[in-house]
Ligand binder design. Structure first.
Ligand code: PEP
Length: 253
């Protein structure tokens, strides 16, 4: 039977100080109390690099899991000032990593580099949350599906197993804008992507597919009608425990 576990993943981007663990503690306590639904979902939070080591130690064995937001594409150690390798991330006890985020693509990260990052992250036994998505112009020019296909085919290798890769569909025009695709539009894309990935990458395991872009406690009511979705990647609303918990609560209402 297909695994129907939902994922609620928070991307903190450039936010958080050492005391921000309290946000995670509140979310963790909520999950513990949420006996009715807590077996149906997993929560992962991606703080900045500066907090990975302390958060992963503090939340070891707890409900909430920790993810990194990016990594360097080569080597375990080396002369790469300001960079952090998947090997170093794994050594902090972290098991997840977000890769291919549009904010990093906008800074010049291309498919070739993302491919190296995904490959090295998997080699280091990190579970990858791989972000794809079209921008406003591409959407306007009806290029959404060709763009998504290109992003997938140029990064994911044939034979990858989807027990360690989650795909997050994040339309760039939706991130931080308050605009989201309609449920009908989103459903079409999600069904297309799942079939496309299965056919092209030839994995026996169904890929998990998340949606990301302006998810909040209100929009979640619309998005939850897209049953094919396996969860959500949440930016702005993940920085507040209340907002994040409300998203989960409203999803199961
Ligand atoms: C993101 O950056 O991954 C994201 C989904 O951001 P937001 O929820 O703020 O649109």
């Amino acid at each position: 039977m297909a695994d129907r576990t939902k994922y609620f993943i928070g991307n903190w981007k450039m936010f958080g100080l050492s005391g921000s663990y309290k946000i995670l503690e509140r979310i963790n306590s909520f999950i513990q109390r949420d006996k009715k639904n807590n077996k149906k979902y997993k929560v992962i939070i991606a703080p900045p690099f500066t907090l990975l080591d302390s958060f992963s130690k503090r939340f070891k064995g707890k409900k909430i899991k920790i993810a990194a937001q990016n990594c360097y594409e080569k080597d375990n150690f080396g002369a790469h000032t300001g960079s952090i390798s998947p090997f170093m991330i794994k050594k902090t006890g972290v098991n997840f990593i977000i890769l291919g985020h549009s904010e990093n693509r906008a800074l010049g990260e291309d498919d070739k580099v993302i491919k190296l990052k995904v490959s090295l992250a998997i080699k280091n036994k990190l579970n990858v949350i791989f972000c794809i998505g079209e921008n406003k112009k591409e959407k306007k020019n009806k290029q959404t599906l060709p763009v998504l296909k290109r992003q997938i085919l140029s990064v994911l290798k044939k034979g990858y197993k989807f027990n360690n890769i989650i795909i997050a569909y994040e339309p760039v025009w939706s991130i931080g804008s308050g605009r989201v695709p309609s449920p009908v539009e989103l459903k079409k894309i999600v069904i297309f992507l799942k079939k496309f990935v299965n056919k092209k990458i030839k994995s026996k395991i169904q890929p998990k597919l998340l949606y990301g872009g302006s998810v909040d406690k209100k929009i979640i009511y619309n998005l939850k009608s897209v049953r094919e979705l396996d969860g959500f990647l949440i930016g702005g609303a993940s920085k507040s425990s209340k907002n994040f918990i409300d998203i989960i609560k409203n999803f199961y209402k």
